[in-house]
Design a protein around this ligand. Sequence first.
Ligand SMILES: [Zn+2]
Length: 166
Amino acid sequence: MVTRAEYAWHVLDTVADPEIPVVSIRELGILREVNERGDTLEVVITPTYSGCPAMGQIEDDVRAALAASDIRADIVTRLAPAWTTDWMTDAAKDKLRAYGIAPPHTRAPSDNVVQFMKPRARGESVACPQCGSTNTTETSHFGSTACKALYRCLDCREPFDHFKPY
Ligand SMILES: [Zn+2]
């Protein structure tokens, strides 16, 4: 017996990110919760960053997928806690790499403690999704979208996007 909430999770796993169509909003961690609320469900989504231009599109896509499956739900956009790339599944990172986008780094466990913002270490290596080389350089801090930086591989010479860690 599949509950309504489980069914909704399943349906919403088919909703792709509008900017990166190979990963679903569930895999990216945008889909946070599905709660039973009497006759209807409550679907909670958190944008990758507030003001993300794709958010309206994601909400529309979620609404359309639910309607197509006859699921009655209210969609709640929750901004706190803020989305982090830590919510992205490993499967999503593999798909990003296969799509030609270097995934964000997984944070070391020691980074879970509260610490002051430190400047990003220079020369922090981002592996080329094409050839795996870490001999890469950032050519622009803002790539095709604000959440990605543009990189270039110095070995295979291919440019690629890096999904910046948050
Ligand atoms: Zn390369």
